[in-house]
Design a protein around this ligand. Structure first.
Ligand code: NAD
Ligand code: TYD
Length: 352
């Protein structure tokens, strides 16, 4: 029985890094919404992230892949879903290079399934909102100057970003063709608790703690634009509630760092917190990622001016908090890096 909820929101990929942070942020804040977490729990999904809300009256978990259209349809009917915040995706660029197939099926075909279900409900008269979580990577790579905006041309360079671009185009088409109420957010690189340690920030913290080599791809001068996860969650809240239908919003705090500078910074933080070091000695330059995008940077003027969002966290404090979180949650890291992932990592690393 569904009950009298003001909104019934399917959060796809809610056991992953951004999805679980959003659920931890939103479930206690919106007690009149029902949050249905749809996640098939790949290596990147971790239900223990959600332990503090798993018994909340306005939270449900359904183990389901977005590739299973029939079961998704049953789930949407059972919970009378009237909104989607769509995170579920294969997300790691390196994995997309070694094996792109899952990226095509989950990121493109999975998004198509969700859009079709949303369209049917909208056609049946349901007031439906579809918030699609995209990335800045769909815009490709920047030179030394400038920043991406929502109007930048799509120029994806990896199978990951190409699959995200494909899903963005479908979302856009469903708005233009069927008038489905959609919003898209393009966020830069996030960091914070619960990020799977194949991504740069938690990987460096983990290897620094374990005394393992810290691989830097190429010359380390590639630049990423970094946003603390809590600022991203606040942006998603604002976009979901107040974003204009058919519009996209780019999200960033204008924090650009070269990989090598960020990695050195993290090493120094771990030295300060744990003692010992210098862990910078663990840095190893390894062969470059094929098609490695040189620079990402986002101009967030639209979300700042139109929706009044601004990042509130300062980068140095947020990075320190992040390092402290992983250091005090070593068992979480250990669980992630054991078993299958360890085999994968060793294979990828020794092949570089
Ligand atoms: P993640 O890899 O940590 O989590 C992905 C989640 O999706 C996991 O819980 C996984 O089990 C689930 N999932 C994967 N395939 C699925 C399927 N077929 N059916 C159902 N669930 C499935 O990813 P993340 O970093 O949390 O990213 C979430 C979204 O945000 C993605 O769409 C990503 O493109 C986007 N994004 C992430 C960042 C970032 O810095 N992390 C930046 C911009 C955009
Ligand atoms: P990553 O966290 O994979 O995010 P994305 O590729 O989606 O931006 O990587 C961030 C940057 O760090 C990217 O330029 C690749 C680089 N990198 C390394 O140098 N070494 C590593 O071990 C990893 C995982 C990434």
């Amino acid at each position: 029985m569904v009950g009298n909820w003001e909104k019934r929101i399917a959060i796809t990929g809610g056991a992953g890094f951004v999805g679980s942070n959003l659920l931890l942020y939103m479930v206690p804040r919106y007690s009149r919404y029902l949050f249905v977490n749809i996640d098939c729990l790949t290596y990147a999904g971790n239900l223990s992230n959600l332990a503090s809300i798993e018994h909340a009256p306005n939270y449900r978990f359904v183990k389901l892949t977005v590739n299973d259209y029939k079961s998704l349809a049953r789930c949407f009917a059972e919970f009378d879903i009237n909104a989607v915040i769509h995170f579920a995706a294969e997300t790691h660029v390196d994995r997309s290079i070694f094996g792109p197939a899952d990226f095509i099926s989950t990121n493109i075909a999975g998004t198509f399934n969700l859009l079709e279900l949303a369209r049917q409900r909208f056609d049946d008269g349901v007031d439906f909102r579809f918030h699609h979580i995209s990335t800045d990577e769909v815009f490709g790579s920047l030179g030394e100057d400038g920043a991406f905006t929502e109007e930048s041309p799509y120029r994806p360079n990896s199978p990951y970003s190409a699959s995200k671009a494909g899903s963005d185009h479908l979302v856009r088409a469903y708005h233009r063709t069927y008038r489905l109420d959609t919003v898209i957010s393009h966020c830069c690189n996030n960091f914070g608790p619960y990020q799977f340690p194949e991504k740069l920030v938690p990987l460096v913290i983990n290897n620094a703690l374990e005394g393992k080599p810290i691989p830097i791809y190429g010359n380390g001068r590639n630049i990423r634009d970094w946003l603390y996860i809590e600022d991203h969650c606040r942006a998603l809240d604002v976009i979901f509630h107040r974003g204009v239908a058919g519009r996209a919003y780019a999200v960033s705090a204008r924090n650009e760092y070269r990989n090598i500078d960020l990695v050195r910074r993290i090493c120094r933080l771990v030295d300060e917190i744990k003692g010992g070091g210098p862990r910078e000695r663990l840095i190893e330059f390894v062969s470059d990622r094929p098609g490695h995008d040189q620079r990402y940077a986002i101009d967030p003027s639209r979300i700042e001016n139109e929706l009044g969002w601004k990042a509130v966290h300062q980068f140095p404090e947020a990075l320190r908090k992040t390092a402290e979180w992983y250091i005090s949650h070593r068992e979480w890291l250990d669980r992630c890096v054991s078993g299958e992932y360890l085999k994968y990592y060793e294979q990828v690393y020794t092949n570089r």
